[in-house]
Design a protein around this ligand. Structure first.
Ligand SMILES: Cc1ncc(COP(=O)(O)O)c(C=O)c1O
Length: 435
């Protein structure tokens, strides 16, 4: 059992020697200390289809971890769209190419109408980096509030707002953290308690001289351990952000594009964010990201800085993104995700009723967290053992939470009932063999 906070990249990470695996030796030589691989015995994958990946030996793995290919690995619509556009033209956004505008219009049709300006980029980190700069220029202040185990990216600025990325030392002076919205911390009045913590953190930034520019959250609180309910509880904290004069940035990199059973995570809470950022599943594997905001916020920023992104808004990304938005609609994937998520959650709750080591099953749609241990004694060691046991059964999942105490499940939205049963049986078998 561990009560030590864990850096997010250390969870389920390989940390040994290459041994007699030649590809592992090459990877360690090529990427050096920055090589981050999953599992004690890292796996070499060669292909993927739907909810499954195949390794070098031909063995197949059920993928309950990777939320980037959220329509399923190698979805035909995306593959075809990318193939077609890259054989036609790929160029930067200083030329007009119609598919780019078609994509932005399709994306905007899913968002609140006031967020009518779109800046496309390539990674969630870039999207959030720009969001921070927009909020700083708009408010004239530099301080941000984030949750205690948040992760928002890898640039200098987004690392500052990602407490879970720090392995040593304590973060940036212009950042204040609040505990994630967990009833174990805030008690029965989750909405009020979280909003009060946000208001106090914002006031502290004001008092410190940094000023309060805004708050950024991922509304499913993915790296914080998955906190989704009750729906609407974030509304009070949104009020606290605005009352303190800050902007609310909804980081939809994790919950966006249907993952929680609605198109956007902030929608579940009835929020009206000032800035929305997206990434990961946006291109179903094609790297693309976006920062959407009101025209006046972007105009104010552009008065002070030039902004150009060579690969953002490229036509191939637009083709991939358009295929994603159209497929979500044509295959009814958001409703399917809500239904599959409800089935999976019910089966996990049934398992929890039989196994007292499961402290809680949380989440929405197909973004679920299963905490192990007790509420007052999170069991990160058990999570690591379960991850390894599922890995041996060729079922891939992740970990989250301040102490790495939560199993993080994010299967593709096309998940079938048979795949749900396969997963739950594998988890039950793994728990049964784990002391
Ligand atoms: C909530 C959230 N925001 C932003 C990012 C950064 O996205 P990227 O890795 O594409 O830069 C991540 C990545 O894990 C994330 O989980």
């Amino acid at each position: 059992m561990t009560a030590e906070p864990r850096a997010i990249l250390s969870m389920n990470a390989f940390s040994g020697e290459a041994g007699d695996d030649p590809l592992l030796a090459r990877r360690l030589a090529n990427m050096g200390a920055a090589a981050v691989l999953f599992y004690d015995k890292p796996v070499e994958m060669v292909s993927g289809q739907g909810a499954w990946m195949t390794d070098r030996s031909g063995a197949t793995y059920l993928d309950f971890y990777n939320n980037v290919p959220s329509l399923g690995h190698c979805h035909g619509a995306v593959v075809e769209a990318v193939r077609d556009q890259i054989g036609r033209l790929n160029i930067n956004s200083r030329y007009m190419v119609e598919i780019v505008d078609r994509y932005m219009e399709a994306l905007k049709a899913t968002l609140p109408s006031d967020l009518s300006n779109v800046v496309l980029s390539c990674t969630g980190s870039e999207a959030n980096d720009l969001a921070l700069r927009l909020a700083e220029v708009w408010t004239g202040r530099r301080g941000f509030v984030v949750t205690q185990t948040a992760y928002h990216g890898n640039t200098a600025a987004t690392t500052e707002i990602s407490p879970s990325a720090y392995k040593k030392g304590g973060g940036s002076p212009r950042i204040r953290t609040v505990p994630a919205p967990d009833p174990a911390v805030y008690g029965e009045d989750l909405a009020g308690g979280f909003a009060k913590a946000v208001a106090e953190a914002a006031a502290d930034l004001e008092a410190s001289g940094h000023g309060f520019a805004g708050m950024i959250w991922d509304s499913i609180f993915s790296s914080d351990g998955v906190h989704a309910d009750p729906q609407g509880f974030l509304k009070a904290a949104e009020g606290a952000v605005h009352a303190a004069g800050g902007l609310l940035i909804a980081d939809e990199v994790q919950p966006g594009f249907g993952r929680t059973g609605v198109m956007w995570g902030f929608e579940r809470h009835g929020l009206a964010p000032d800035i929305v950022t997206t990434g990961k599943p946006m291109g179903n594997g094609f790297p693309m990201a976006g920062t959407m905001t009101r025209p006046e916020i972007l105009s104010r920023f552009v008065e002070e800085f030039g902004y150009f992104n060579t690969f953002g808004a490229n036509p191939v990304a637009a083709a991939a993104g358009l295929a994603v938005v159209e497929t979500l609609r044509s295959e009814g994937l958001i409703a399917r995700c809500a239904a599959a998520g409800a089935t999976l959650k019910a089966e996990l709750e049934a398992l929890a009723a039989r196994d007292p080591r499961i402290a809680a099953v949380r989440g929405a749609g197909l973004f679920l967290g299963v905490s192990l241990g007790r509420e007052d004694a999170p069991d990160g060691a058990l999570v690591r053992a379960v991850l390894a046991g599922l890995g041996r059964r060729r079922v891939l999942i992740g970990a989250a939470g301040r102490y790495g105490e939560t199993l993080k499940l994010r299967p593709p939205l096309i998940l079938s009932d048979a795949e749900i049963d396969h997963f739950v049986q594998a988890l039950a078998d793994t728990l049964a063999e784990t002391p």
